[in-house]
Design a protein around this ligand. Structure first.
Ligand SMILES: Nc1ncnc2c1ncn2[C@@H]1O[C@H](COP(=O)(O)OP(=O)(O)OP(=O)(O)O)[C@@H](O)[C@H]1O
Length: 237
């Protein structure tokens, strides 16, 4: 990384769930920073706390302990209204199963997301950038899984967020389409200088990241920097 400007800081964050008599430690004492323009993969097996961490980063959940900052502002102090604005304007979400609205076209899906946020980018430009310039008027059911995921990525990017949070974005796709999706996220990361965070249990995806945060049983067990991240096209699983 040339310029390591801190975008987010996570300090001693824990999350516990009370399940009757049992306390589940979903996340224990996580601390790390995310830099501007960085590509980060959070890697870990099922149940290791990845979604819990991503939900906290995205302001969808709050920690039981610890503090989270974005650009020096503490989001763990935000009230509900401030959290709504944070999720709406600052964070782009990409999910495993796309979560598109079935009765809206690709373009309308993107448009809807941008209508509620402040600094949205030009929709048609973004649709071109994700390779859907000629598919804008298709409905989700008329598109392949990979195309639907590209709409979801366009929707997240068009908001012009500070950070893109992606939850198993290749989880529902075959290998080839998965690689194309990762290439697109890589391009968005470089071209738009957006911080991208992917959570996955798929180890090889870590090879394309600037840094890999490894989790096990609710804890960060390793943070590894890749001096030479692999181009997504060279990843295999
Ligand atoms: N709302 C909840 N109530 C109770 N326990 C929860 C809740 N959410 C998560 N957990 C527990 O916290 C732990 C971490 O879950 P989390 O979903 O963060 O893991 P994950 O790494 O994202 O797993 P997966 O890859 O399967 O989604 C698990 O033991 C899970 O059962």
């Amino acid at each position: 990384m040339m310029d390591k400007k801190v975008l987010m800081r996570v300090e001693h964050v824990s999350k516990t769930y009370q399940m009757g008599e049992v306390v589940v430690h979903a996340l224990q004492d996580a601390s790390f920073e995310l830099y501007e323009g960085e590509f980060v993969v959070i890697l870990g097996p099922s149940g290791s706390g990845k979604s819990t961490l991503l939900n906290i980063l995205g302001g969808m959940d709050s920690p039981s302990k610890g503090n989270v900052f974005i650009q020096g502002q503490e989001i763990t102090n935000y009230n509900d209204r401030q959290l709504t604005v944070y999720r709406r304007d600052k964070v782009g979400f990409v999910f495993q199963f796309y979560n598109l609205i079935a009765n809206l076209t690709a373009r309308e899906n993107v448009e809807l997301a941008t209508e509620i946020c402040k600094d949205a980018l030009d929709i048609d430009h973004i649709m071109e950038e994700v390779g859907l310039g000629d598919r804008k008027d298709h409905f989700p059911s008329q598109m392949s899984g990979g195309e639907q995921q590209r709409v979801a990525i366009a929707r997240a990017v068009a908001k012009n967020p500070l950070i893109l949070l992606c939850d198993e974005p290749t989880g529902a796709l075959d290998f080839q389409t998965g690689i194309m999706t990762l290439s697109l996220l890589h391009k968005i990361n470089k071209q738009f200088h957006k911080t991208v965070v992917i959570i996955t249990h798929n180890t090889p995806i870590g090879e394309m990241a600037d840094r890999v945060i490894k989790m096990r049983s609710g804890r960060i067990v390793e943070i590894k920097e890749n001096i030479h991240p692999l181009p997504p096209e060279r990843i295999e699983w």
